[in-house]
Design a protein around this ligand. Sequence first.
Ligand SMILES: [Cu+2]
Length: 256
Amino acid sequence: MTDVMTPKAPQWWKKPDVKKTAILWVVCTAVIGYVGAEFHVRNMVSPASETMSGVISLMRVFTWAAAPVAGLVAAMCLTVLTSKRHYGDNPPAEADHQVSNSPRATALWIVVSALLCLFALVGGFIVIQKDSSSLFDKSALQVNVTGQQWLWNFDYENGARSEDLYLPVNKPVVFHITSVDVKHSFWVVQMGIKMDANPGYTTEAAVTPNKIGVFDVRCTELCGLLHAYMQTKVHVVSQADYDAWLSIHVQIEKGA
Ligand SMILES: [Cu+2]
């Protein structure tokens, strides 16, 4: 073990292409991580719930965690593409890398990639766990969501039904999602909620909208000819506006 700890650079590090790959690895990791994370964040919607904020940070973290892997592949490609080409049957002496055949390098890579996977798994579980907690919130609003080719229906606790979703701001809501025909998927884009709507089953998803405004609801499971048009809006309003909308809506339904 002591010979490994000596400050002298190991033999393989002296090979120019190993050095080149290592430097490129650092540069590629930084570029891929930065561009990837910024690209994701800029191209993702502005969040309308804690859940969506969590999704965005998770994407950022995952992008950075994946950057060294992508960076190494890119660095190796760049080294190969820019290195001197050798012709002949026997590789030149400088191409004989112990690292290419080293159990230590293999073990290190397995451990590092296993740790990265574990990190992604645990990170994902923590966010999922946090998001599911309001499923058990007794004070949460309950809304039944029914998908059908090619629209959504929303049923509220007082019997009102609508095709646009209305929600009060800062109040947890639990969606009970099903379908009357084929498989659909209920996606509230800016709130980071996406759940399958299966015929004969009820699936659940919970969220707390934290921004007043109009946001998008889409079907995200290919469900037939007009799948692309199976979208509607969610109106997040104040509690007073929500109560007023709900009472008027029920009256209209009863009067009709
Ligand atoms: Cu659909």
